[in-house]
Write a protein that binds this ligand. Structure first.
Ligand SMILES: [Zn+2]
Length: 461
């Protein structure tokens, strides 16, 4: 009798262990099958690093940017187009974590839990695994070519709809012929795996005067009654804030158009460190959770708390420890254009609920209120005044009316400045906000505005 009891107990234990194991396996299959299916040991999917049967990626005009044939992945015919779109489309090495092919490899492969992969579309639970970008390949190619081999980025997006039309990052490489990066050539490819539009931050220089101006409008009641005299240098706590030459006596608006450091250093001091930080944070600096589609946008930085008056003055002109992300700068310009509310950007077209079907988070976050309508309209006037000066100096955005600000950020004595050009087209038929940054480019007006000119000209003509 005792023996039977023992046997029965053992049987119960074995049965229980079997059932528990089955449940455990089942749960893991459901939870992780999408990952397993992508593993190299899975022969169906191993080709082209899991992209051998993946869907196509199109630009907004149905130009094919990536497709699979005979278990191989192919890209656009034109090499410059391939390089210009690398950071958005991605490569087979999955080196660029924010790229569509890296983020949505499983979705593009049409993997379905019940039916597996590579089934006819009619049987496949994911009816269509092709994705369409909002980006325009011709515009991206034009902007990328205008970078002239410099490191940097350019983004153009529709500030009414949020569609990203141009997202280029340099340096880049050809995804059809990826380089082997070694110690010998790594400087050439420094930061090549980052999409500088969303993943990088740069010293903003004078484009930060947009933020300082908004802070002044909100916090200095008589800012438009003040005048600022620039002698080319202003002593703050024994250290000079310098301009390239003496701007003389200017109003607030004139100081913005002249990009006068001496005036904006004083303005930052009048606003004070707390209110400067408060405005910067309302405009998205220091940890806002912004996204382009569901791709995270790198955090921009502003904080001169406890830094002393000299550094506070420098921080107001976009130096000190200030760091700005290009997508955020375009979003701030979008807010200025839209009466204070920034449009949330996105790069994947959700054609008939396709993204939902593919289980891709659309995540079109709601629009972001950055400033009051009154502040936005005043900042817009300042940027229009600045743009008139740029137009006089030859900047031409397809002949359209625009509002803008240049930046020439000092990044160290042995390096050329980081060039910026940010703003928006002030035309209801062409509602585009833009930001271009050219590392070691020199003057913003010389190095960064041509990149935006190239993009806008291609977009409009
Ligand atoms: Zn000055």
């Amino acid at each position: 009798m005792k023996r039977i009891m023992t046997r029965s107990l053992i049987l119960w234990i074995v049965t229980f262990a079997f059932l528990a194991g089955t449940v455990f396996l089942g749960v893991r299959v459901v939870l992780y099958s999408g990952d397993w299916v992508q593993q190299p040991f899975n022969g169906h999917m191993a080709s082209a690093n899991g992209l051998g049967k993946a869907g196509k990626i199109y630009d907004r005009n149905a130009l094919t940017l990536a497709y699979s044939e005979n278990d191989e992945r192919y890209y656009a015919d034109d090499e410059t187009t391939r390089e210009a779109l690398l950071h958005v489309v991605g490569d087979e090495g999955m080196n660029i974590s924010t790229a569509i092919q890296s983020r949505y490899r499983t979705n593009l492969s049409g993997y379905n839990f019940a039916l597996g992969v590579g089934l006819p579309e009619s049987l496949n639970g994911t009816a269509n695994s092709d994705l369409t970008l909002t980006a325009d390949a011709d515009v991206c190619r034009a902007a990328y070519s205008a970078m002239n081999g410099h490191k940097g980025a350019c983004v153009v997006y529709n500030y009414r709809t949020g569609e990203v039309l141009c997202d280029i990052s340099a340096p880049s490489y050809d995804p059809a012929d990826p380089p082997t990066i070694t110690e010998d050539n790594e400087s050439e490819y420094d930061g090549v795996y980052l999409d500088n539009v969303v993943s990088s931050t740069f010293t903003p220089g004078s484009v930060f005067k947009i933020i300082t101006a908004a802070a002044a409008i909100d916090n200095i009641p008589d800012i438009y009654d003040q005048s600022f005299t620039c002698y080319g240098s202003l002593d703050v706590e024994g250290n000079p804030i310098t301009c390239e030459y003496a701007h003389g006596t200017q109003s607030f608006s004139e100081a913005f158009a002249n990009s006068c450091n001496c005036a904006f250093g004083q303005i930052a001091l009048q606003v004070g460190e707390a209110k400067m930080k408060e405005t910067a944070e309302k405009l998205g600096f220091n940890g806002s959770d912004f996204k382009m589609s569901d791709i995270p946008v790198a955090t921009s930085h502003y904080d001169a708390t406890g830094a002393g008056e000299n550094y506070l003055a420098w921080s107001g002109i976009g130096q000190y420890e200030d760091l700005a992300n290009p997508m955020l700068m375009a979003m701030i310009c979008s807010a200025v254009a839209n009466g204070g509310t920034a449009t949330s950007p996105y790069i994947l077209t959700d054609d008939g609920g396709l993204l939902d079907k593919l289980n891709i988070s659309v995540n079109k976050s709601s629009d972001i209120e950055m400033m009051s309508p009154d502040t936005a309209s005043k900042v817009k006037e300042l940027m229009r005044g600045a743009a008139e000066g740029y137009a006089w100096r030859g900047v031409d955005l397809a002949g359209l009316s625009f509002c803008a600000k240049t930046g020439t950020a000092e990044v160290g004595e042995d390096k050329e400045a980081t060039a910026w050009f940010v703003g928006f087209i002030d035309d209801p038929s062409h509602p585009y906000a833009f930001a271009a940054v050219v590392v070691e480019g020199g003057y913003g007006i010389d190095a960064a505005s041509p990149v935006v000119e190239a993009a806008i000209s291609e977009l409009v003509n």
